[in-house]
Design a protein around this ligand. Structure first.
Ligand SMILES: [Zn+2]
Length: 238
């Protein structure tokens, strides 16, 4: 059994029509007003910010996006005898699971945009339901259990990563025989340190990304071709 860890970033989902929002050169970082909508303190403090954030979520393509060939190739490798696959993703779009990866084998480092969580009682419910309430006229839908402020189940700017998820991701990085970093600039933590950790613990490190990354020199293989064709070809070779 070969343990393959796939670390995926925004670049794996651009073929599905989802732009890079969060990365160092992402949309949010280039627009301070938009960044406020996804920054915890602003969001919690200001109902007007929340009202705009709900409208942004309603209009984002992420929830309607479909997985692409790269997501499907990862799920296919997982079904191939002889391979154990774990996905560590920086994305919140849920597309690995929609492509067929079992949810328990996907660690969402930044959470998921497909669920909402109450900041008061921590109850979780679906984003779809919350957006239906926005469509029906609620500007800032509150938790139906306790009246608390709802937010997406993502890690907003200013929030910590879930230490349990992070711990599991580090364990996988250390144990992996092959570590494929795909569509990630590897400039944001914890993605960067996970790649380094995998290489330190003897994994074959493969970087698939359009732009150079700080880990290219450490990598056993660097692939610059478009992810939608390069990743399926690469995983078939494993
Ligand atoms: Zn609540």
């Amino acid at each position: 059994m070969t343990l393959v860890a796939i670390l995926s970033g925004a670049g794996i989902s651009t073929d599905s029509g989802i732009p890079d929002y969060r990365g160092p050169a992402g949309l949010w970082r280039r627009d301070p007003e938009a960044e406020k909508l996804v920054t915890y303190d602003f969001y919690m403090a200001d109902p007007e910010i929340r009202r705009r954030a709900w409208l942004m979520r309603r209009d984002t393509p992420a929830l309607r996006a479909e997985p692409n060939a790269a997501h499907r190739a990862v799920a296919e490798l997982e079904r191939t005898p002889g391979f154990a696959v774990r996905v560590l993703t920086q994305n919140v779009d849920g597309l690995h699971q929609l492509a067929g990866m079992p949810p328990r084998k996907v660690l969402e480092l930044h959470g998921t945009a497909r669920a909402v969580v109450c900041t008061g009682c921590h109850a979780r419910s679906s984003m779809e339901e919350a957006l239906a309430r926005v469509d029906a006229g609620e500007q800032d839908p509150a938790c139906e259990a306790c009246g608390g402020i709802l937010k997406p189940a993502t890690v907003m700017f200013g929030q910590r990563l879930d230490p349990v998820v992070l711990g599991e991701a580090m364990g996988i990085a250390k144990a992996a025989e092959v570590f494929v970093a795909v569509g990630s600039s590897l400039q944001v933590q914890p993605a960067a340190s996970l790649a380094g950790m995998a290489a330190e613990h003897g994994a074959r490190l493969i970087v698939v990304n359009a732009e150079p990354t700080p880990y290219d020199e450490l990598a056993d293989e660097v692939v610059r071709e478009p992810i939608g064709t390069a990743l399926p070809a690469l995983l078939k070779r494993l």
